[in-house]
Design a protein around this ligand. Structure first.
Ligand code: FAD
Length: 468
């Protein structure tokens, strides 16, 4: 392996081939600290040609590589295994905004750009890049594309896949494919771009992308509605979509348990209602006209929902600043969970129309199997995406409860499949859910996926052990 590392040093320079444990350590542990791998080295190229040359060296020496962006992924996709034989290829030095085209409403970027940097560059041109998630200060657009990240604005703008028009990719052979086309219409055969999006680094390395930009809304205003049940939340979703159309940009469900947890752990945050309610929905409306227009539209729609008895109570923010305060409640749920202890997490999706039935059916099954367990159920209801986390019953230690992970997953994921859902809505498969994928995908689908992997990466050097 000395010859391999010498070749890498010749490509990127000594300082960008890290092999001392103190230098590699920050790249080896996953975001939640659940796993620490080992690496032969961490490679930090600063140009696309360097990425290609490094991949050719890896292929020649049969060294497997793990692409890494911000390392904020939640399924152990961006860290190497325990063998010490893989290299981490960090893309964070590829961080240039290459070009903004305000008329075509596109931006061409390096894959290692931090998401927040892209949002700010779009805003500087009076445009919106709508992908937004809590890790936006650390995650890279290459990682967002490779996991087809969702976030808070999917209802209006779609997942990262829908926000990308073109890609530049280094193939497992070390060739550079430039598909950086800013076209909204292009029917010229197989869509290779869509293969690499969501591939979690198993088919090639994304080095650049053409992203879609949108007009910047003048104001986004939020309301918090209290409801008796998830079924009422679905009624509210339909009502809001009928009243507000594409202006509805967020629709987040939170159970009473979630907001109680936030109130316990963060007592300084606002408590919008005097009495508790079974469910809450945080709604966001964006207006291309003005703050006043957004507030008016939202008040009108919420008024209709109160009149029809869909909503029990509601608070409408009267300004953008107040809206931010209401969002804090939603954003603090994962933080409150982390403070309260461990839980078994699920990132699932369902047809929107089946969500209430799923919640009604799955809770009693878990209660029967694990009496007293607590459900932390919240998520992007408008996208059919729930974070359905199961916390230990009072008096049971985290450690003892986590030993039941396999059985808890079986109850939740079997139920998800019976309602026509997916076991991974946002975070991907990585190494964490690989066995679950093998269990729930049909043999036909798995065979096609393996055929694609073998055709593009016959040596199996691209992030092996992830997804498949
Ligand atoms: C606090 C927090 C909130 C989050 N919220 C959301 C959310 O709302 N919605 C959501 O969808 N996800 C969310 N995530 C997870 C999400 O997947 C990541 O935040 C993000 O998309 C990954 O970007 P990254 O640059 O950190 O990628 P990494 O973690 O570095 O990598 C993720 C995967 O992509 C691969 N990869 C990375 N870069 C490249 C590249 N250039 N080419 C090829 N493969 C590559 C890696 O090998 C790995 O398999 C959240 C994570 C955190 C920590």
């Amino acid at each position: 392996m000395m010859a391999f590392l010498t070749q890498c040093r010749a490509i990127v320079g000594d300082e960008y081939v890290l092999d001392a444990p103190c230098d590699t350590a920050p790249f080896l542990t996953d975001w939640r600290g659940r796993f620490t791998g080992k690496a032969l080295a961490v490679l930090r190229p600063g140009a696309v040609e360097q990425v290609a040359a490094l991949v050719r060296a890896c292929a020649a020496h049969r060294v497997a590589l793990v692409p890494q962006g911000g390392n904020t992924g939640l399924v152990l996709g961006s860290v190497p295994d325990a063998s010490g034989a893989q290299v981490v290829l960090s893309l964070t030095r590829l961080n240039r905004i290459r070009h903004v085209d305000p008329v075509n409403r596109t931006m061409t970027v390096d894959a290692g750009c931090i998401l927040q940097q892209i949002q700010e560059a779009a805003a500087a041109e009076g445009c919106l890049f709508p992908l937004s998630l809590a890790a936006e200060g650390s995650c890279t657009i290459g990682g967002n594309l490779s996991t087809n990240a969702g976030g808070t604005a999917v209802l209006r703008y779609g997942n990262t896949r829908e926000l990308c028009l073109g890609l530049e990719v280094v193939t497992p052979q070390g060739d550079i494919w430039s598909g950086l086309r800013g076209l909204r219409k292009d029917n010229t055969g197989y869509d290779l771009r869509d293969l690499f999006i969501g591939a979690e680094g198993t088919l090639g390395i994304i080095t650049g992308a053409v992203l879609k930009l949108y007009p910047q809304p003048k104001a986004s205003i939020t309301a918090l509605a209290a409801l008796p049940s998830p079924a009422a939340a679905l009624q509210l979703l339909v009502l809001m979509q009928d009243h507000c159309g594409a202006s509805l940009t967020g629709f987040e469900l939170m159970s009473r348990y979630c907001l109680d947890l936030v109130a316990q752990q963060f007592p300084q945050l606002p408590k919008p209602f005097a009495a508790p309610h079974a469910q809450y929905v945080l709604l966001e409306l964006s207006s291309s006209e003005s703050e006043r227009h957004a507030v008016g539209l939202l008040e009108q729609a919420i008024g209709a929902a109160l009149e029809r008895g869909v909503v029990e109570d509601a608070v409408v923010a009267s300004s953008v600043a107040q809206s931010a305060g209401l969002w804090q409640l939603r954003e603090h749920i994962p933080l409150a969970q982390a403070k309260a202890g461990k839980n078994i997490k699920h990132d699932i999706s369902l047809p929107v129309s089946r969500i209430a039935d799923f919640i009604a059916a799955t809770g009693p099954q878990l209660e029967a199997a694990f009496p007293g367990c607590q459900l932390v159920c919240f998520g992007h209801l408008g996208d059919g995406n729930l974070h359905y986390n199961v916390a230990p019953p009072a008096g049971i230690s985290n450690h003892a409860f986590l030993a039941n992970q396999e059985q808890v997953n079986r109850v939740v994921h079997d139920s998800v499949m019976s309602f026509g859902g997916s076991i991974s809505a946002e975070h991907g498969i990585g190494a964490l859910k690989r066995d679950e994928l093998a269990r729930y995908k049909s043999p036909v689908e798995l065979t096609m996926m393996r055929a694609i992997k073998a055709a593009l990466d016959p040596l199996g050097i691209m992030n092996p052990g992830k997804i498949l």
